[in-house]
Write a protein that binds this ligand. Sequence first.
Ligand code: HEM
Length: 415
Amino acid sequence: MTQRDDPDLLADLRAPNAEHDGVFWHGDQRLMVFDADAASRANAENFADLTLPDRFVDRVRGRRSPAVSWRQVRSLWLSRMRVLSEENRLRELTDRMAAILDHRRDQHVDFAWLAHEVTFRALVPVVLDGLSTSDQAWLSRDAIAKLTRLDAGPGGQTRRQRWESVVAQLHVGRVVRAELRRRTRHGRTRIDLTQPIVDRLLPSLGPDRAVEAVTTVLTAIAGPPGAVAGCLMYELAKRPEWAATLTEEFASGPAELLHRTGTRSAPTAHQFVKEVLRMWSAPLLMTRSARVPLTIRGHRLAVGRHFLVSPYLVNHDERHWSDPDVFDPNRWSAGAAHRPPGGNHYVPFGWAPTACIGAGLGSIQLVLLTYLLCTRFRLELRAPDAARVSLGAVPRPLDFDGWVRRREPARTKAA
Ligand code: HEM
């Protein structure tokens, strides 16, 4: 990853955003929709009847494919998510993250990249279980290529990087297609997000659209979870007092309790995670293309025109949040003087009807990662004072490197 000065992607947008109450044109091409209610309404209207595009083969032959609504796909995923968040699945998720941290132990690493590696690789079996090591490696290569592209910005990649990215993407398509074939032809079944697509939708979707649905989730787990996890590591490393409080909370119950109760047995860690998700929401900006004619606060958008929404700016809107740029997990505690506004004003997982399907699991994964970093591992920073977060395509800690060390197991007191 290239090192560069701290960018602030939002620098030019903050002043007009405050001046125009969250909805304004940036140039004459793109409408910025950063007001919570306006963004929520625009998203709802734009995606109300979202259906998948026709299959490639049908487009070539000039005919329509069986219509499949995105809502149908999402509802299959959402019900499978409940199974994937059960106790034994969470235990496996923790074990996978611990194994990756252990594998990187005592090596000099960039923690922002490590966070991506830990979250992405641990989540792959949730999406597509049972892949060979070499197939999983292709998925990781593709994820790294996408993150490198995101980090370098448009046109910032070398020709070689672009080529590697295309190759990795093609391989991922091949990997997913082969796995779909194994499941349909050889009756293999797995408990993951791909299985309900195979069982319930494959005949109407056809292979191309099924591959696209699965790769959509693979892309979704390659970005925001790792970006937020990197910022979580950053906040833990920079705030020893919070690390101590959380360590104490985790010491009061075994990991099993976390797996059984999700976030309930670690309320302070849950508050910490919620604040990381608010403070460092990823991505910073999302571009939407109008699918239907839209009128947003009096601004008309014809089909195909663009508008941008920002979970980050909604979660930092000072009209609704007190001290939005201050990291304060206590704001989430029951007795807090300034309670969070909630509803449309806290959107780390986006907006209905396209809101993140992995919000619950993503939050629990962050709590489990916090658990691992407070009980089994610790981060030793090379230059603690240099670390800071830059606001690029996603929030990203810079100069945040060092070593993962194993914690000494707590000694039991002599009788
Ligand atoms: C901390 C972790 C995560 C964060 C911060 C996050 C954030 C987001 C955001 C901001 C969106 C865009 C929502 C919108 O368009 O309005 C999104 C979409 C999505 N996320 Fe996540 N996500 C996380 C974890 C996950 C996980 C664990 C999964 C699945 C295993 C997942 C799967 C998806 C999918 C499939 C979409 C696309 C939804 C759609 O277009 O209908 N995400 N996520």
